[in-house]
Design a binder for this molecule. Sequence first.
Ligand code: NAI
Length: 349
Amino acid sequence: MENPKIAFFDAKPYDTSFFDEANENFNYDISYFESRISRETVPLAKGFDIVCAFVNDSLSGDVVRTLKDYGVSLVALRCAGYNNVDLKAAYKTLHVVRVPSYSPHAVAEHTVAMMLALNRKTHRAYYRIRDNNFSINGLLGFDMYGKTAGIIGTGKIGKIVIKILNGFDMNIIAFDRNPDKVFADLMNVKYLNIEQVYRNADIISLHCPLTTETYHMINQHSISIMKKNVMIINTGRGQLIDSKALIEGLKNNRIRYAGLDVYEEESEYFFEDFSGSNIDDDVLARLMTINNVLITSHQAFFTEEAMKNIALTTLTNIKDYAEGNRLKNEICYKCGEENCRKEKEGRCF
Ligand code: NAI
């Protein structure tokens, strides 16, 4: 494919600056659209060969089918997660590539920043001092040392979180569908079943993908078996947590702290400025009123290093496609694995 035309959705100023810089070495024809891709905005992709999308773009079955009709043949996700793409609808005609890892360090470091901020209440202390209030009443924290962290999902990000928490001399327990025993031995991690992790952790941190299996894994039942005063951190995907159950858990003091970089209905609000209007989402608005809840707007990935990697990997994925090379970051339509061998043999579906 010669000089492919790229429709870049949900473009923010920081995207255009990092992509324009990286594109100096590729010289692709990129049109930036501020809108997210959705049923309503998909016509913007007419006449383009490739669509570049981010986490809150909605590539539902309808959108995917329309893209196919327009002759778009590649969706280049500039993120790791792909739960917003109907892969089944894309099967065989629309290739989907992603950036599997741009900086697991960025996300892991933000995760631990949230733990420490909530524990030592720095977000509250900051506002007190600005109001000339130097009292430390109510700001009591706890030593991380000796506490038990429960890590759910020990892939790239979970592993770095574990390495950092090991620096605090915490006990680390973990659950993963595919446990890495070698890593566990090296890092003194004890793999347990999910219920045991819920029951024993002082801090639970979510680092598994959103799938039908993990949807609302933090729910009324799982919360009911957790240790009292547990801290829950979610830098994975919003829908891992049933937010209403989380609010109940916070209200009845089973959950003491929640750090949320993602939220199940975040696509309505996150990444946008609503300072001039009201928040219609009552669940989000309620969470925002609780001072032991720290919400960030899906910014865990947002470091200079990660943005450079995202731009470079996305444009390299596009180059591989345009030049007919092997797509090393293509997602298997069925299992979501990259370069799934079964899919290549036509057996995964
Ligand atoms: P990864 O693919 O390296 O690791 C995911 C791990 O979860 C794997 O070890 C896998 O075996 C495990 N897993 C899969 N299903 C599971 C289940 N049902 N229960 C327990 N474990 C399960 O992915 P990585 O790079 O560590 O990212 C993890 C998640 O973090 C991504 O899926 C994405 O949703 C989220 N993320 C969030 C970002 C942010 O800015 N907040 C940025 C990047 C990723």
